[in-house]
Structure formats: C-alpha cells, structure tokens
Design a protein around this ligand. Sequence first.
Ligand SMILES: CC(C)(COP(=O)(O)OP(=O)(O)OC[C@H]1O[C@@H](n2cnc3c(N)ncnc32)[C@H](O)[C@@H]1OP(=O)(O)O)[C@@H](O)C(=O)NCCC(=O)NCCS
Length: 388
Amino acid sequence: MVTLKDGNIPSEEEVKKKNRGMEGMVAARTGISHIDGENGRLFYRGLDINDLAANSTFEETTALLWYGKLPTRRQLERFQEKFAENRLIPNDVISILLSLPKKTTPMGVLRTAVSVMATYDPDEGDNSLEANVNKSVRLTASMPTVVAAWERIRNGLWPVTPSTELSHAANFLYMLTNRVPTETEAKVLDTALILHADHGLNASTFAARVTASTLSNLHSSITSAIGTLKGPLHGGANEQVMRMLLEVGDVDRVDQYMEGAFAAKKKIMGFGHRVYKADDPRASWLQKLSKQLGESTGNTRWYEMSERIRKLVQAQRTLPVNVDFYSASLYYTLGIPLDLFTPIFAISRVSGWTAHVYEQYSDNRLIRPTSEYIGPEDVPYVPLDERE
Ligand SMILES: CC(C)(COP(=O)(O)OP(=O)(O)OC[C@H]1O[C@@H](n2cnc3c(N)ncnc32)[C@H](O)[C@@H]1OP(=O)(O)O)[C@@H](O)C(=O)NCCC(=O)NCCS
C-alpha cells in the first residue's frame, strides 16, 4: 500500500515501484515480532530486543517466540534438556552429506538436509500443534549439527558428536572446531543468535508462511525459507560484507575503495532496509560485540574498517546500517569461514520461522496474491513447421 508522504500524491511510477516489492502491504497478522522502523526498535512478543540481548539466551528466546511468554526456570530447564537431547542427526543424513560434492555451499547442504530430515522425523505426516512443536525442537536443535558436520566433512574431517552439556551456541562452536569455546566466544555467538531469531515478515519468513498456507508440512516450509534466506539481498549479505572487507584489506585503503564504490554506484552490503528508516537496533549490538571480541583477541582490524566504511556511507546518504554489517567482522573474528555466516543466520532464524508456521496454521487462509498481466494477448498458435 502506498502511503501519502508530506501530503503529496505519489506518482504512478512510485506506486508501481513500491508495489513491485509489496512494500508496505500487510500480508499477515502476527503476534510474534514487531519492528518500529522509524525509531529503530525491535520487539519479540512485546519484549524489547535490547532487554533480550542483555539478559536472555537463545534457548529462552526460542521458548518466548514459540510459547508467547518467557518460560519459568523449570520450563526453561526442561526446554534446554530437550534441545540437548535432539542434537544428533540420523546416520543416513551423515551418509548423504558424505556423498555430496565438496564444493556444495553450506546453505545448499542445509536446505537439502532439512528437506531429507522430514523423512526421518517420527512426526512426519502429523500436522497437529504438538507434533509441530516436536518437529521444531528436532530441527532447531539439529540444524547446527548439519552445518558443523558439513564444515568438517568438506575439510576431510569426521564430524564431532554434539555435546549434551553445552549451550546451543557453545555446542555449535565446539562441533565446528572440536574445542570447547571460551565463555566470551560462546556468549558473543549466543547474543548474535538472539538478535537474528525473528524479524517480522521478512522474505524468508514470508516464504515459510506461503508454504504453510498451502497446508504443506513444517519441513517444507523451512526448506522454502532456507532457499530464500540464501540470497545476497537477504541473509547472504553478511558474507558479501566480509568479502568487501577482505577486498579492501586495510583501514588505510577504505577511503580510496569507497570513493570507487560510490563513483560506480555500487550497492554497499550491510546498508539499507525495507522497514528501518533509523539504524537497525541489532546492528548496535553486533557493533559492540565485534569491538569487544576484536579487543579480546587483539585484532580490531575488521571492526575498525567497518567503522570507517559506515562513517563514509552514512556521510554520503541516509542509509540505515543493518544486521548484516557488523555480524561479518564479528563472525570472521570468531574464526568462522565466510560461507558459514548465512547458515548461522539460518540456525537462529529457524526459531522464528517455526513460530510463524504455527501462527499461519492457527488461522490459515491460502496466501495467493494476484499479478498484473503485461504480456501479449490473443497470440495465434503457429504450427511448428510454419514458424520463423
Ligand atoms: C535491503 C534492501 C534489499 C532493501 O531494498 P529496497 O527496500 O527494495 O530498497 P531499494 O533497493 O529500492 O533502495 C532505495 C534506494 O536506496 C538505495 N540503496 C538501498 N540500499 C543501498 C545500499 N546498500 N547501498 C547503496 N544504495 C542503496 C537504492 O539504490 C535506492 O536508491 P534510489 O532511490 O536512488 O534508486 C537494499 O537496501 C539492499 O540491497 N541492501 C544491501 C543488501 C543488504 O544489506 N541486505 C540485508 C538486508 S537486512
């Protein structure tokens, strides 16, 4: 829906541009998360993301998204146990990973594995809320295992068996490196997972809801969502930010690089947003974390380069910094390979996707918009031999 800005009636061209990407259209009602784009604020189930990032854990945040309120201590303990018990992936899935070409992208592997895992899920075929919560626990608990297993397999190493003792975030880093992470490393990743867990009707969540609206199952919805998150205009932007930082190479080279980027009218990854007009509140957290981790490891280069780029971009035009900008330097400083950045987004966002799938099922109507036809009309069928 195009709104009137400053009392001006939008031109036909402006209306068409906005409609093309469904900008501002309400396509679902949700009680899961709310973005106040004008003021740069984000809420999960009414709770400010700043309070969650400061005080919560990924497990607790997931319980909040799924059940609508913060769990009690007893509920949280039980929830964490269930997560820890469901981290293993079927041996057949490991066999499939072993059979894939080593060049397969981790997002491609994740999309394939989630699709295949439907077959091994004991609740496959049951679309009740209870079955879907069980499926969501299994998926959310085991997606990190798939990502870490693939990282090991493609490097000729055997996957690390998940720990039942560590937190969700710490266990992921452990499976990736076969080393129990430091408290700082685990905390930094845990906060990043909280920040990525849900975000209104973003493209991948919309894809999940469209699939659920046909009454297809939960695994299909999440498979659609992973395929959608993969693109560089969505979750793939964090990897592209890091590629830019690596290309620049040093703080001293930032100004020259950005001059060229501005002259070439390049899109700068990690900036701009469909909903935020002010800076993304998640970016402020990731900025702090990136700085903190850089200082604790004695390498603030990537953080400093990011700061300089942001200054130059925002001096040029009013573009909000988004969630993908500082997550790049943060994950790189954590020692995570570039093409695992977007899978990390996925292993967090699955908690939001699944919450949206329950919500869609609970008040479903097939999502089926219309299109404006702009092709030719009444074209005669020319027999094969008479065509030129
Ligand atoms: C996120 C994004 C896809 C939103 O797209 P959108 O709502 O369709 O906005 P538009 O692409 O129409 O951008 C509006 C204007 O800002 C400019 N713009 C938006 N993001 C920009 C960026 N990152 N760098 C430079 N210019 C940008 C556009 O060129 C356009 O300019 P114009 O009006 O002069 O043509 C877009 O900002 C983008 O591609 N950002 C980079 C990728 C990224 O970081 N994605 C992660 C999102 S969380």
